[in-house]
Each structure stands twice: as structure tokens, then as C-alpha cells.
Design a protein around this ligand. Structure first.
Ligand code: ZN
Length: 131
């Protein structure tokens, strides 16, 4: 095997860049960096949460932020990173319900029936385990 070919070199450079820059795949095959994810999410929060009534959808208590129905890390694993900044994947939540959404306790949330189709859409594997 020959080392140092142009193709091999280009490939390893891309691998190194992929690792060092932490780029994550979207459904359309494009890749985004962590900083791009953060700025898109911030922009989306600004756009979609202008008027918030501050009620947690999970328990009816006071919302303390935004929860992701399919967690951000899972979106990256699924190569559906765009759902991190897509409001279809959010709900207003208190800290407790935000944590529940990341565990099997998701089924105990008040809005579970509403968010189930979102899980089916983004994470069919998890959906099949839940139903
Ligand atoms: Zn709550």
C-alpha cells in the first residue's frame, strides 16, 4: 500500500478537520460546526420565542427554558442536526421536565401525546421502543 498519495492525503486532512472542528451531519448531507449550531439555535429562539407565556408544557408549572423533544446529542447521532434549531423539536419546560425529556420518564410528561409524533418523525427507533 502506498502512503502519501494525493487522495489519501486529502482524505486524512478531511478526517482531521472533521474531528477538530466537530462537524455534524444534517439530513441533506451538509455538515455544521458546533458554533454554527449555537448561532442558529440562538437565532431560532429569538425568532420563535418572542412572546412566551412561561408555562411548562410538561407539568403546567413555571417554564424555565426550552427542552428538546429529541435531545441535541441524539439529533447529531441521527445525522439530523437541523432539528436542534427547528422549533418543531422544542417545548417550553421547567428544569425537571427538561431532564425527563432525556430519559424514559418522557412518557410521564403532560404533553407526551403531543410530542410523540415528533419523536416518530425524528427518531423512529426510539418511537418504536416507546409504543
Ligand atoms: Zn415541568
Amino acid at each position: 500500500m502506498r502512503f502519501g498519495t494525493e487522495v489519501g492525503k486529502k482524505h486524512s486532512q478531511e478526517l482531521i478537520r472533521g474531528i477538530t472542528m466537530n462537524r455534524y451531519y444534517c439530513s441533506d448531507g451538509t455538515r455544521v460546526s458546533e458554533s454554527a449550531i449555537k448561532s442558529r439555535l440562538t437565532a431560532a429562539y429569538r425568532k420563535h420565542y418572542v412572546d412566551t407565556d412561561g408555562v411548562c408544557e410538561g407539568c403546567g408549572g413555571r417554564a424555565e427554558g426550552t427542552a428538546h423533544i429529541v435531545p441535541k446529542a441524539r439529533c447529531k447521532v441521527l445525522h439530523k442536526t437541523e432539528y436542534i434549531w427547528n422549533p418543531v423539536n422544542w417545548f417550553k419546560a421547567c428544569h425537571k421536565c427538561n431532564l425527563k425529556a432525556e430519559t424514559s420518564q418522557i412518557t410521564t410528561l403532560m404533553n407526551y401525546k403531543r410530542i410523540l409524533p415528533v419523536i416518530e418523525l425524528i427518531d423512529p427507533e426510539k418511537y418504536r421502543k416507546l409504543i
